[in-house]
Design a protein around this ligand. Structure first.
Ligand code: SAH
Length: 277
């Protein structure tokens, strides 16, 4: 891509740009993201960036994988990633930190940006399409629909252990999330990092009075040729996930908007997972 003579978004050496790669489909990259990827000297990759997007990084550009999937000891690892970004910037390179979805939505982009500020390293943020809206859209599910909801919640199904009170599989720790309040307040809930604690979320929703037949969608590898969608309900979600062997990364949508998929399903590449009988 040619450089704009009046470039409003310069990328000088020594700068770090936190770039959202979107959920996977390269068509969903922003122009800013594409431009940053094409001018970077080094791209520090998050684990969730799709292979289709990684292929778009020029071959001569150095690529460093730094990211982690599925939880665990984030804090130590996150510190290493921050150190790496600082080191590369201090080597006077143009650094792109490429993250799945939007860097500031459950992406720890804020932590990385805070560290850059501490080190006086110039930075910019290029937001990306977040999987919590783009994923459902590719499954034919609008996260809001006038007849259903006037709000929706974005929630993580996996709170960081660093928060001291993460929701654990056996429910032995309290959560910072008021699940009962959420269940009562939000007709539509979009859950990131959904797989690990599905059953716990399910139980809390039911305990808070949500109907067992509340529709639920799980969308894995949304917007890519590997997209899989499971349609189920609150009652059956855990057993259906087991039955079809669905794995992360997946977005979970809870609420009646899921029913619109019946008429709005449009994405041709999808591998359909039928709900088991
Ligand atoms: N910053 C990202 C979210 C990172 S948290 C964003 O804005 O999308 C990681 C979680 O995001 C995964 O566990 C999964 O729930 C979700 N996710 C990211 N990309 C996804 C995709 N292509 N399909 C389904 N879920 C995805």
């Amino acid at each position: 891509m040619e450089t704009d003579p009046v470039d409003k978004t310069p990328f000088p050496p020594g700068m770090v740009i936190l770039v959202g790669a979107g959920p996977g489909d390269p068509e969903l990259l922003t122009l800013g993201a594409l431009k940053a990827l094409q001018s970077a000297d080094v791209v520090v990759l998050d684990a969730l960036v799709s292979p289709e997007i990684i292929e778009m990084i020029p071959t001569q550009t150095e690529k460093i994988e730094a990211g982690k999937r599925g939880g665990g000891h984030h804090s130590a690892k996150q510190e290493d990633i921050c150190n790496l970004l600082v080191k590369l910037a201090k080597e006077n390179r143009r650094v792109v930190r490429l993250k799945g979805g939007d860097p500031f939505v459950f992406g720890r982009g804020g932590e990385e940006a805070c560290r850059l500020v501490e080190e006086n390293i110039p930075f910019r943020v290029i937001p990306g399409l977040t999987s919590g809206t783009a994923g459902p859209a590719y499954a034919g599910i609008p996260v809001t629909h006038r007849s259903v909801n006037a709000n929706f919640a974005f929630i993580t199904g996996h709170e960081s252990p660093a928060n001291t009170s993460g929701l654990t599989e056996d429910d032995s720790h309290p959560s910072r999330i008021d699940w009962e309040g959420v269940a009562r307040t939000f007709p539509v809930i979009v859950l990131y990092m959904a797989m690990r604690n599905v059953d716990s979320v399910r139980k809390r929703m039911l305990a808070a009075g949500r109907s067992p037949d509340t529709p639920v969608a799980l969308i894995r590898w949304a917007t890519t040729p590997r997209q899989q969608t499971l349609i189920t309900n609150l009652d059956r979600v855990s057993e259906d996930i087991k039955a079809v062997g669905m794995k992360p990364p997946a977005i979970m949508v809870i609420g009646k908007v899921v029913n619109f998929r019946e008429v709005l399903k449009w994405f041709p590449d999808e591998t359909l997972i039928p709900p088991p009988q």
